[in-house]
Write a protein of this length. Structure first.
Length: 276
């Protein structure tokens, strides 16, 4: 077959359900989805024999199935057995008439095996796009404990809308925005640069006073940029002068000179780490 223009004027009806489904599947995906609108087809047990499914839009293989706004449909569940477990499965059952080509969907329940261990029934899930005339698409797992419906678990995904995506990206961008601040300590000046959870701690300054050998100096605390793991190393100034440097998990910066460091001595520290 030749290339075909689908969304163009032909002078006659020509867009098929298959073409529409391919467009939906290409944009949203070919899996099982409930769109983020209305009640999102939520399900609740209204009795031990009945599950109610509320309005929303369900999609599978790009086919769109809908329960209109404010509508619901009740699905019957067979009685459980006292003291035993059973998993039933609510499916969207697709059928296509081989002669007329007419398609329809209904809710159906696949009854699981009753026993001491729960086990899912196996749906007859066929590829509609490849020409299957029937398919059972999983929608909910109904967990039955004794005579009661214990839990109803969704077997579909809810794709993000463009609004969700925009909001999410905005949050990520805020988290990843570069934040820079300067910290003035008693003995030194430092800079802290943050990009998401990545922190660059930098000292490139002259000491404001003499730092004595073996004395523990705590020029500043950076609690909001505290490292995931403590940072510790020996910093060499020149052949004669060095100091031990540490940022603990609370964000406290500590310097311990190994020799006396005179006022005005240039100190350079550069540490890259992940913050808590």
């Amino acid at each position: 077959m030749a290339l075909e223009l689908v969304t163009g004027y032909w002078g006659m009806e020509h867009v098929t359900a298959e073409q529409d489904a391919d467009l939906n599947a290409g944009i949203i995906g070919s899996g099982n989805y409930v769109l983020n609108i209305g009640e999102k087809m939520r399900a609740e047990a209204v009795s031990s024999n009945k599950v109610r499914i509320f309005d929303g839009v369900f999609m599978a293989y790009g086919r769109q199935c809908i329960l209109g706004d404010g509508e619901y449909e009740d699905v019957a569940i067979e009685n459980g057995t006292p003291g035993l477990l059973r998993n039933d499965m609510i499916v969207v059952k697709y059928k296509k008439d081989e002669e007329s080509g007419k398609e329809n969907v209904t809710f159906a329940v696949l009854k699981g095996e009753t026993g001491s261990v729960e086990k899912d029934p196996v749906p007859n899930k066929q590829d509609i796009r490849s020409g299957a005339f029937e398919s059972e698409v999983p929608m909910y797992r109904v967990k039955i404990n004794g005579l009661a419906i214990e839990k109803i678990e969704p077997l579909y995904s809810i794709p993000m809308t463009n609004d969700d995506l925009s909001t999410g990206l905005e949050k990520v961008n805020k988290q990843l925005a570069v934040k820079t601040r300067t910290i003035e300590g008693s003995y030194l000046t430092a800079q802290v640069v943050e990009y998401g959870n990545l922190v660059w701690f930098r000292i490139s300054a002259n000491t404001k006073t003499t730092l004595n050998k073996g004395t523990e100096y705590k020029p500043f605390s950076i609690s909001s940029s505290a490292p995931l793991f403590s940072v510790y190393r020996r910093i060499t100034i020149d052949e004669l002068k060095s100091f031990n440097f540490k940022i603990d998990q609370s964000g406290q910066v500590t310097i311990i000179p190994n020799v006396q460091i005179p006022e005005g001595t240039g100190i350079n520290v550069s540490e890259l780490y992940l913050k808590k």
